[in-house]
Every structure is written in structure tokens, then in C-alpha cells.
Design a protein around this ligand. Sequence first.
Ligand SMILES: *Cc1c(COP(=O)(O)O)cnc(C)c1O
Length: 422
Amino acid sequence: MLDASLAEVDPELAELVEGERRRQLGTLDLVASENVPPRAVLDAQGSVLTAKYADGYPGDRHYDLCEWVDGVETLAIERAKSLFGAEHANVQPYSGSSANMAVLDALCEPGGTVLGWDFEHGGHPTQYLSGTFAGRHYRTASYGVRRDDRLVDMDQVASLVEQLRPKVVFAGWSCYSRWLDFRLFRQICDSVGSYLVVDMAHFAGLVAAGEHPDPVPYADACTMTVHKTLGGARGGTIICREDLAERVDAAVFPGTQGCPLPHVIAAKAVTFLLAASDAFRERIARTVEGARAIAAVLVEAEGRTASPVVTAGTDVHQLTVDLGPSGRLAGDVWARLNRVGISANAMRLAYDVAEAPAGSGLRFGAAALATRGLDAADFSEVGDILADVLDGSFDSAGAASEKALARRVQALLERFPIYRYR
Ligand SMILES: *Cc1c(COP(=O)(O)O)cnc(C)c1O
């Protein structure tokens, strides 16, 4: 039993995994949070390290014989610190959500006040929303984007901070297309002594590659995922100032987690190594260029799609389209995207005109496709395909044009295969 492969032991499950592998090969992945982890990451994450218990931190474990996993975790910590120029790193958080939970546990007593970025305005629920750890254990409030230009409302941030004097202010988003002014966030936080936590779950890869303003000099702590634009291990990481290190570490373990996942920490170490390379920087530059190329095509096509690009473009790896003026619902267009072989996200937007839960927003990200190898010209072709899907006249053209678009998607996928090693 120990040496038999998954296919031998559990063909039913193996078939599901293989089905998902083929789905990934055959889908043009525009989900902004997804990526294509390299084989080295999959190898580390599937390694024997999964068997080891190692509660605690390198050199200070509750289990014996941890020298190898100490080596693994120390590598991951040192690489994370050097990649981001951070004073301290904790690589144990199981996910971006657990990283946010731990940071709150470290910086704020239960019942304290926390200010987060509103979910429908592009923020993440774990920063403040009722029903999450944050919303249940803290007094929370949220800020959002302005109605006129859909940029984050820094006046609102300032007035909420002045009024509520929060212990923690989160800056960071899941769905937003422009850079943030971390210096201004810092100034506002300093006016009342709030901690600034930058939740860079989405844009950590851009920060690592120097393609995004660096939050590290301004933030007390930054939380991130390692699997979104960083493109690697499935999990979270926290970096922070040295004087908060002890509190952050205690909040991760034993505060909110048990034993770390040594195999995932190994995969994070590989991810941080790769993210320090020229190839990674080139890829992230191409990612941002790709998102811009898609946005440019969709801005050009607004006449026929009646679906403006929110903020008329992007500085980052993703962009959002507002179907509101077209009168169509994101859910309907989403289904059509799936039929031609594209995956993306349908979501409610700030000030959404639609009643439906999926709202009027479609979010497109370029990270996974840039990892696959697409360049700016290829991303323009992706934009052209999206413009055709969003075109109002598409409804009457029907199945024939869907077939033609599916063929164009297929042509792109065949030019940029993934996981050739199998
Ligand atoms: C994705 C995300 C998270 C949560 O990360 P998970 O690993 O999915 O738990 C937290 N904050 C932001 C801003 C995110 O985009």
C-alpha cells in the first residue's frame, strides 16, 4: 500500500485529478487569483515533509529531530525577508485568510476596532466583514471607492480613522486596478496611532518584481498569499517589523494554528527563490503589460460592448469590466465565457446597478496566462476574444460565433501548453 501510486490505490480519485489537470490545460485562465505553479513547487508540496510534526519555530520546536524541517523553514524565512526587504517573516500561515486572522490576533485585543476595505468595493471579507473572524471578534468598519472615478476614497479613510481611531487599518484588495498610496495610508494611521497592515494577497508578486509601489517601508505588517501573483505554494505569509515579530509569531502559533505544514513551507521556499529571478521579473512585467493590453482593447471596444473598463485601464495584473450600461448580467456573460473555454470571475461592483448576486462585474487577470507564456500581442488577441463575447450583437449571432471564438481560444492554448513533463 505504501508504494502504490494514486492511480493504483484510488483510480476514482486519480481520474478526478486527471480531469482537473486536463481542464487546466484546456482553459484560458483569466481568474485573477489563479496561476500555474511550477513543477518544483508541486514536487515540494507533494514531498515526504508532509509526514513531520514540528510545532514551534526553527530551533524551538515541541518535537524532536526537526533539523531538516528547521533547515527548510529557515530557508523560506530568509528568502522571504530578502525578497521583500523585510525585517521579519512568518511563513507558517495556512492561507491568506489565516495570515489576516493571525495579524489581527497579534495587533488587536478582542473588541478593538478594525478598519477594512469593503468587499463589494474590491476588498476581502477577512479584513472586517460580519461572519468572519474579524467581524465576530472586533468592532469593524469599512471604506470603499468613490462613485465618480472608482478610486479608493482616501478622504473617507481619513475621516473614518479620525472618528473611530482603529487599532488596525487594512490596505489591500482582491479587485482593484490602481496603485495605492501607502505613504498617505501611513500618514493617516500615524495621526491616531493605528497599525497599518497591507494585505498584498493579490499584488505580492508585483511588489517582489518591482512592478508595484513597495508597501514594506510604510506598513507595520504585510500579509500575502504565495499562490496568486507569486505563482507558487498554496498558502500565506506575514512579513513585519522586527519589534512586532514576537507577537506575530505567537499569534500564528499557538494563537491561531497548530503544527505548520513543512511540505508547503518547502514549496514557499522554492517560490521565493524563483521570485528573486530575472525570469520572474520578466514574467511579472509581461503580466502587467498583458492586463494593460486586454484593457486597451476593451476600452477601444466600449462602443459596441457598452461595458466600460472600470477606471479606464489598469496598473496591475487585473482589470474589471462593468456590464451595467449594457443591461446584461455578469452571470450570463460568465456562462458564455465558460462555453468558449475561458474562466474568469463574475462579481458585484461598488454601486452595482444589478439586483442579481453576481452583479455587473467581470474581473479578468493576466497572471496565469503570462506564466503560460503569452506576450502583449497574444494578450491583445485575448482582449479581442473578450470584446467579441461582450459585444451586444453576439446574442443574435449565437452558437456559430461561439464556436469560432472557442477555436481562437483553442489556438492560443495549443501554442502555450503547460505541464509538458507528464
Ligand atoms: C485571496 C485574498 C485573501 C485570502 O487568501 P486565501 O489564501 O484565499 O485565504 C485575503 N486577502 C485578500 C485581499 C485576498 O485577495
